[in-house]
Design a protein around this ligand. Structure first.
Ligand SMILES: Cc1cc2nc3c(=O)[nH]c(=O)nc-3n(C[C@H](O)[C@H](O)[C@H](O)COP(=O)(O)OP(=O)(O)OC[C@H]3O[C@@H](n4cnc5c(N)ncnc54)[C@H](O)[C@@H]3O)c2cc1C
Length: 415
């Protein structure tokens, strides 16, 4: 039935990232002819960028813990992830001929850590399945006659589609293709789209010139961050982050970025508390700091007594008033709970991913926009967010698959 449809129906996928490619795969496996469009000269550019720091495909933790990372959107994503979850994703990668391994903190990576071999094998499989790939085609909306309008080098191109999957990503790292320009097109069509905001992002801190010059790029390792929002909800995590020219970024900051961003939006700033000596009790710090320092410089005393040096000592100089350095109790407090005010999230373009997107209320169970029959959405352009740790790629692929299956159901019901 479906292959018969394929000869008479035009199915378009817009966006060649993990979501769009997975949607395409589901469709061609069902024998449907697909035209896949992307504005860039080649597909999967953000996927490739994700592989540069070690492609974290998914996570091997228990299901409940895994799903909890989708926060408020767990409800909508759970049925989708139940159909294609971490184990399915690993199986899928293995079928492409690439092994995976479980690294530290249960994160799952392909052997070699890179995205290139996966993308290459995946594209080969899609091409073998007969997909028509159209690069340098930027979707700009619909014309009055209902056709899809693309700008192409030197002109425009128009395509009629019986079903369209939109999988154009969020709005970060614009140079890799996902510019978020689709937001305005859908809003003009009456679709509710939550504003795109930075997720897994860095934050601005008003460092002094001396501190930022000395410590830009320096990691803070094995520290604990805690953050209590204005509602009194406390989050506490251990890990590492980096001092940047303008503030802070890195995995530990990303893990708290949604709460921090939302707090700044409502309260104007977010104050994180940094424990720079997680293995030490406050009492032990006080005892060691109370020992006479003799002729030693304060920097030496800190280093020898409590092993605080480098960027950690720099942070104390940055935030502790000079006269308080002689107060062991105050100093121990600061080592255990140094308050650092975060003033603003870094711009969306610098973020790893976007929060916001097409509201789930606009979509039916097959990810079809209720007010635009035959138009489906998938991937990061939907209104959800998750920390880094493989949760992003997993949900992008799972929702791409769900949209592909949604199109098949739609074609079956409308022939
Ligand atoms: C540096 C970095 C590292 C990352 N590392 C990880 C990681 O290790 N693990 C993880 O899970 N996630 C990671 N991510 C996030 C992950 O890459 C994204 O969440 C994922 O790629 C989103 O998939 P998508 O298919 O929804 O969108 P995208 O991958 O953004 O693809 C969207 C596609 O749509 C195209 N497009 C956009 N607008 C148009 C238009 N108007 N017309 C035609 N085409 C259009 C774009 O060119 C693009 O190819 C990382 C992201 C970055 C930036």
């Amino acid at each position: 039935m479906v292959s018969h449809l394929s000869q008479t129906r035009s199915i378009v996928v817009i966006g060649g990232g993990p979501a769009g490619m997975m949607a395409t795969e589901v469709l061609i496996q069902a024998g449907v002819q697909v035209d896949l469009y992307d504005s860039m000269p080649s597909l999967g550019q953000k996927f490739l960028a994700a592989g540069k720091g070690g492609l974290n495909l998914t996570h091997a933790e228990p299901r409940e813990q895994f799903l909890s990372n989708y926060g408020d959107r767990r409800l909508q994503l759970e049925p989708i992830l139940d159909q294609f979850g971490p184990d399915d994703l690993c199986h899928w990668v293995h079928e492409l001929g690439i092994e995976t391994f479980v690294g530290t903190s249960q994160r799952v990576f392909p052997v070699g850590m890179k995205a290139t071999p996966i993308l290459r094998a995946w594209l080969e499989r899609l091409r073998a399945g007969g997909v028509n790939i159209h690069v340098r085609h930027k979707w700009c909306g619909w014309r009055a006659d209902g056709s899809l309008r693309f700008t192409i080098p030197g002109g425009e191109s128009y395509v009629f589609a019986d079903a369209t999957i939109l999988a154009m990503g969020g709005g970060s790292w614009r140079r890799l293709g996902s510019t978020g320009e689709w937001v305005q097109i859908l809003v003009e069509r009456g679709v509710t789209v939550a504003r795109l905001k930075p997720s897994n992002c860095g934050f601005n801190v008003a460092w002094s010139k001396t501190f930022r010059t000395r410590y830009e790029g320096t990691p803070l390792k094995a520290v604990t961050l805690s953050f209590m929002d204005s509602k009194g909800i406390l989050t506490c995590k251990q890990g590492e982050f980096i001092v940047t020219l303008n503030g802070v970024e890195g995995s530990l900051i990303y893990a708290l970025s949604a709460q921090l961003r939302d707090e700044i939006e409502t309260a104007g700033q977010a104050i994180i508390k940094l424990d720079m000596a997680p293995g030490w009790s406050k009492q032990r710090l006080i005892e060691r700091l109370s020992q006479p320092r003799g002729s030693q410089s304060f920097a030496n005393h800190l280093r020898k007594a409590v092993k605080i040096q480098g960027v950690k000592a720099g942070l104390l100089w940055e935030f502790v008033p000079k006269q308080k350095f002689e107060d062991p109790v105050y100093l121990a407090d600061m080592i255990k709970e140094l308050p650092i005010p975060l003033l603003a999230p870094r711009p969306l373009d610098e973020a790893i991913s976007s929060a916001g997107g097409v509201a789930f209320e606009e979509l039916n169970d097959h990810l079809m926009v209720r007010s635009l029959p035959g138009v489906f959405c998938a991937g990061e352009m939907l209104d959800w967010e998750a920390p880094t740790g493989g949760y992003l790629i997993t949900a992008c692929m799972a929702s791409g698959r769900a949209a592909g299956l949604g199109v098949l159901a739609w074609l079956g019901s409308t022939q």
